[in-house]
Structures are given as C-alpha cells and as structure tokens.
Design a protein around this ligand. Sequence first.
Ligand code: ADP
Ligand code: GLC
Length: 489
Amino acid sequence: MKVLHVAAEIFPLVKTGGLADVLGALPQALVRAGADVRLLLPGLPAILHGVEMQESVWSIGAIFGAGQVTLRRGTIARSGVTAYVVDAPYLYKRHGNPYLAADGTEWSDNVQRFALLGWVAAHLAAGEFDANWTPDVLHTHDWHAAMACAYVACRPVTGVATVFTVHNLAYQGVFAVEDFHLMHLPSRLMVPSGLEYHGQFSFMKAGLKFAHRVTTVSPSYAREIATEAFGCGLDGVIRARGADVSGILNGVDPGVWNPASDAALAAPYSSGALAGKAVCKAALQKELGLVVDAKAPLFAVVSRLTQQKGLDLLLAAWPLLLQDTLASGAQLVIQGSGDAALEAAFAAAAQAHPGQIAVSLGYDEALAHRVIAGADAMVVPSRFEPCGLTQLYALRYGTVPVVRAVGGLADTVVDANPHHLAQDSATGFLFDAAEPQALVGALRRAIACLRDAPTWARIMLRGMAQDFSWSSAAEQYIALYEDAIRRPK
Ligand code: ADP
Ligand code: GLC
C-alpha cells in the first residue's frame, strides 16, 4: 500500500508543536507495518536544507503567484523515508515560524502558500509529477494540507483514497472570499455545502467535507468535536460525517523520548534504575535557579502558551495552592512561548518568587527533555486537548501527569482515586472543571501522594510501564486506509 503524507511540519526540521512529532514518527511506523510511505512538505528553508539528496522530479513552473515551482525528491536522514519537497522560494523561503511573520501576524499570502501545498499533493496523487510512484492513499494533516482533499475531489476520478487528520480544530485556515479566485478551484465550491464558511472560505472544511475519512488524534476528541462546545463552529459538519470520523491515539517515538538513552539529561535512568531521576531533578533546579531540594514537589509545564492550554488556570491556582502548608516549598517550572500576556504574567510570577518559580520563555528542545525528566509532575490543564504529547512523554519519564480530564488527556491518564490505586492502575491526577479551584484540588492530591513515597513510586512505575507505541497507531491507520480504499464513500 502506497501512502503519501502531506504536512507543514516535521520533527526535527520544522516544529511548532506536536504535529511535527507525529510526522517525525508515524511515517516510519507505517513503513515498519509494511506500507510504502512518502512525504510531501513545503520547501521551507529548514526542510530544503534538511532533506538529503534532493533531485528535481518535475518543473511545475509559475503558479499561485510563485515565479518558479519545482518538485524535488530526497530522503529524511533520521528515518530514511522519501520526501517530496515543493521548492517555491517566493512563497516558502522565509526563516522562523512556518505560519507567522516575525511580528506574530499570519503571512499575508498564506492562502497561496498552503493552496500550493494541497494542489501539488493532488497532482502528485494523480500520477502527473512522478510516474514511478502514485499513492493509493493521500493522508493530509491539519488545515495546511487539507485543501488537497478538495483538489482531488474536483478532478476526474483518480482512484486515490483521501484521509484528513485533525490535529487541532481551532486553527482552520479561513480566508476572505475575495481570495477565492486565487485557489484554482471551481466557484461552485463557494457554497455552504462546500468550502464557504460564514461568508469566507475554509481550508479545514475542505478536509472535513471532501476527505473519504476524517480522523483526530484521540478517541475522546473525535467525540468532543461533534459537540457545540468543542466543534469550533464545525460540529455540524463533523456530525454529518457520522462514522467517517474516528480517533486514533498518537504514540511516543522511543528514539527521541527515552530516559535511558536521552543525551540531553544529566543522568540516564529507567524504571529498573531510578537513581538518575533524582540527579536530573537536582540538575534542573540548579540550571533554572530553583532551590536545590530533593524533597520540594517540583511541577512543570512545557507548552505553547495559548488559551487552549489553560495555563491562566495555573497562574490563578498557584497562590491558592501555596495557602496550604502541605504545599509550602512547592516549585514550578514553566517552559513555553506564545501569548504575550501569559509570558509576561509568568515572568512576573518568577520574579516575585525567586527560587520557587522558574520561567524559560522560548523554544528549546533539549531543555524540554531536561524539564520533563527533572520534574516530579507535569501539569497540563488544557481547555481542550486533541491528544497532547507532553503527558505521554512525562509518563515515560516517570513524571506524573496532573491533567484536565479532556480529549487525549482523559484517554491517556488514569486518575489516582482510591479505586484505581487499589487496582494499581493509577498513573496520574485528573480534574474536571476548567477552574483554578479544581486544578488546586488535583495539585493538592498530587502533593499528598508525593509525601507518601511508596504510593508515589507505584503511580510512577505504572506510568513508565504504559505502552503508547506508534506501532499500534500504525496498525489502526492501515486498517482505516484499507477500508477507505475499498469503500471510498
Ligand atoms: P501542541 O501540539 O498542542 O502544542 P503537544 O503536547 O501535542 O501540544 O505537543 C507539544 C510539543 O511541543 C511537545 O513535543 C513539546 O515538548 C514541545 N514543546 C512545546 N513548547 C516547547 C518549548 N517552549 N520548547 C521546546 N519544546 C516545546
Ligand atoms: C495538536 C494538538 C495536540 C496534539 C498534536 C499532535 O497540536 O493541540 O493535542 O497532540 O496536535 O497530534
């Protein structure tokens, strides 16, 4: 089975979040499961530079405002997976964030930048650009690649089955109707049953409407996005797709996230030899200027700082938590970047509580590993969470997750309530309401448990023993691909 994945990010070349981690691991897992997998990526500088042995496979010429577009083919060094790269300097030769300019606003030509990606995907899938390789399945990720599904649907029957994965429904790629003429799409699609969305048009809708199958990255999020509360205005479209929408949980790449072989850590450790974890905690406290104290409960966050992640709840919860003498001495590490107000609020909190709260603004992959290894507990208080990867990494690193019971967080963490503790199935702490008091309750339970060393050790070891492997996800995707090929609609 030949599968072409289309996405805007791939670890370690271009990463703004978990999407990159998925594209860095899933293709390889599918190859191990027997599929013939290739990638299609935009020619951002880091991708053109990082994909090895790029030969030109097709000269596409001038389109979407770019003077010269060339399709190249090379190899992703760390996985050996073949990647096609859309080389369009006019649209993609820009350093920094793939979606935003340096001032934080969207690139003004994003409509052409991501229309081109989808358009090339559809033509490649039709066998027009590489006669030697035509996919059976075109698998597109997030709005950046979604338009491929509309381009395929508008062409004479190509035989390719299309799959669209929603990693985050909140980012939709909505553009002004005046830009629709740039799309090289028939105007009959500018209707509510097509791409039209409240007087504008939506890339996300192209995936939701036209893909043969729609997936999300956890079973709970698949159910949630069919409701008004989580549907971001598209729940009706999602409900209308019925059983075509399903959830497949992401995995962890053990080549990147393994405390026994992680080069970023002060000391390696594993469930059988945990001494290194205490070394990592002390090293992290020292590195970030916290009081070096093995007994201080150390909570951590590694996250984009956005409304989604609920970190305003943590800001409000922390002073409430510290009112309790049980929590005195508790420490907090925040690693993240994003919303300017949140960045400023966390920086101010760190200034007000030196030695107790440390904040590292900006993006640093190696530091993220050290934070996840060195903390006792990982806090993920998200308002919504399609899957969430940091709680999975935390589980593997013996860092107990304290998470809101939503989306993929609810699917991957088992609450340490008396019932689960008795069954020895508990792996973390969950809370329901998106309110500071509810988070305080979960943090208090975690601290109380941390003071009870044997119970904490059981929760930690149960978490480390969880198997969130990509091979299970790969098997589910292959079954879905087979079904989509057999029964496209
Ligand atoms: P999302 O994709 O919504 O941002 P995930 O939990 O799925 O959330 O994935 C986030 C990924 O980004 C993880 O690999 C996490 O370690 C990483 N990450 C987030 N913020 C930072 C940061 N400031 N520095 C380094 N890595 C980060
Ligand atoms: C999105 C989601 C996150 C998910 C990631 C990878 O960015 O916000 O929950 O883990 O995609 O699928």
